[in-house]
Design a protein around this ligand. Structure first.
Ligand SMILES: COC(=O)[C@H](Cc1ccco1)c1ccncc1
Length: 130
């Protein structure tokens, strides 16, 4: 119904702003685009569901998310993939795991800081009904 569409439009505007802020952060450059499987030929043997911030943004525009929880599930997927593909004690693996954890914390912090909890409750109710 119409109010529901207004709520979901507001959610999309809100999620685009958060996604853009994360993608602007130089620290997160390695998460902004899909991992290049030419460069990393075994990536898809290990990571079954790749995810990145550009893909997240296109999912917003495709109305894939009807509450912030769904969006954060894809942020968690980016993080999980980075932890799984880069598990070693090496400095570079530790570095990317640290950045992945920072991406998650920043995303959750933006949502908490800027999202009114009854707005998310309203989105959850819409999700339940669909
Ligand atoms: C999310 O990004 C990744 O998991 C790739 C894996 C990767 C390994 C070699 C090339 O790319 C990555 C990119 C940049 N810096 C570290 C790791």
């Amino acid at each position: 119904i119409c109010q529901e569409e207004n709520t979901l439009r507001e959610l999309r505007i809100f999620l685009r702003d958060i996604c853009a802020k994360l993608a602007r952060n130089k620290q997160f450059f390695m998460f902004t685009k899909p991992v290049d499987v030419e460069e990393v030929p075994d990536y898809l043997d290990i990571i079954k569901e790749p995810m990145d911030l550009e893909t997240l943004m296109s999912k917003i525009d495709k109305h894939s998310y009807i509450c912030a929880r769904d969006f954060l599930d894809d942020i968690d997927l980016i993080v999980r993939n980075a932890l799984e593909y880069n598990p070693d004690k090496s400095a570079e693996d530790k570095h990317i795991r640290h950045r992945a954890c920072s991406l998650r914390d920043k995303a959750y912090a933006f949502i908490k800081a800027e999202m009114d909890s009854d707005f998310e409750d309203t989105c959850r109710d819409i999700r339940e009904k669909r």
